[in-house]
Design a binder for this molecule. Structure first.
Ligand SMILES: O=C(O)CCC(=O)C(=O)O
Length: 300
């Protein structure tokens, strides 16, 4: 598979108080308690499940991701690097913007694999080519949980690995539904899985409890296509620190974001999105009429 290669735009750092946690998260331990937690999911818009993915499955997935990060050809649909990696590739004298995909791939080969791996931010579209990552997406208790919460058998429609490297930039506050051409009433479940320790310092997920019930919020192009910082004033978000194998299932209308990674370590996570098998797409214009026209041609 041919990867497209992209770079994050360098952006100013976020205000620290955008990611201040108010209170501790209620979670369940393992899948057994899930049926009793459905009401909590409906009310909060998310549910944290501890020890959700067995160690051998998550370790095999992490190893597969590490190999993708070290290799030249990750064999997925898109690889995104932190913006700071651009200047390393440009040492050959050619600006990245002027390189075609072939030249980008070639210039990646000239970089030390450890340096390349230390700047990867995101892989997308890998479940057809990577067995271990596919196995996590298809893990039966996870799919059963999504089926219960989405109300019908799920289909996976997006896969991402989110590796926030040391210094890796924020993913500003947003609603995932804003990025999907799906009717507003479609029950879209995101699943964000920690493959290592996740802390507020290295880029934990922050969520606005109950925020999905307020419906769609207009997004604007600021540091990203995002909810404006001013719309978050007075909000009381909560941080979701996790251990490897913990995850959060969330409604795609929940406002969420992750701060800059202030540590020297990479933060490894997987994110899958599912809808019910009967979900139908809508035209992009219909989505942009709700979430804002500046979202044309952006991806989450
Ligand atoms: O993992 C992250 O840092 C952000 C993930 C996220 O919210 C997204 O990609 O929609």
């Amino acid at each position: 598979m041919v990867n497209t290669i992209s770079f994050e735009h360098p952006v100013p750092d976020h205000a620290p108080d955008l990611y201040q946690s108010f209170g501790d998260v209620d979670s369940i331990d393992g899948w057994e308690a899930l049926p009793r937690a459905v009401q909590q999911y409906e009310a909060d818009g998310f549910l944290v499940v501890r020890n959700a993915i067995p160690a051998e499955l998550r370790d095999a997935a992490l190893e597969e991701l590490m190999q993708m990060a070290r290799g030249v050809d990750a064999n997925c649909s898109n690889v995104t690097f932190e913006g700071s990696f651009q200047s390393i590739l440009e040492e050959s004298g050619t600006p990245v913007a002027e390189m075609d995909e072939h030249l980008r791939q070639q210039s990646l080969e000239s970089v030390d694999p450890a340096i390349r791996a230390a700047h990867v931010r995101k892989f997308m579209g890998f479940t057809r080519t990577h067995e271990q990552l596919k196995a996590v997406a298809n893990y039966r208790p996870l799919r059963d949980a999504v089926e219960l919460l989405a109300g019908e058998p799920p289909k996976l429609f997006q896969s991402m690995a989110l590796i926030k490297p040391p210094g890796g930039r924020e993913k500003p506050w947003h609603q995932d539904h804003a990025y999907f051409d799906l009717p507003l009433e479609t029950r879209v479940c995101g699943v964000w899985i920690a493959l290592g320790t996740v802390t507020e310092e290295n880029g934990a997920m922050f969520m606005l409890r109950g925020g999905h019930r307020g419906g769609p919020i207009v997004h604007f192009r600021r540091r990203d296509w995002q909810i404006c910082d001013t719309d978050m004033e007075g909000a009381r978000p909560i941080a979701l620190p996790m251990d490897a194998g913990d995850l959060v299932i969330f409604d795609a209308k929940i406002p969420h974001g992750t701060p800059t990674n202030r540590t020297q370590d990479q933060r490894w996570a997987l994110q899958y999105h599912y809808v019910g098998v009967s979900a139908q797409k809508i035209p992009e214009e219909q989505r942009l009429a709700v979430f804002g026209p500046e979202g044309k041609d952006v991806s989450c």
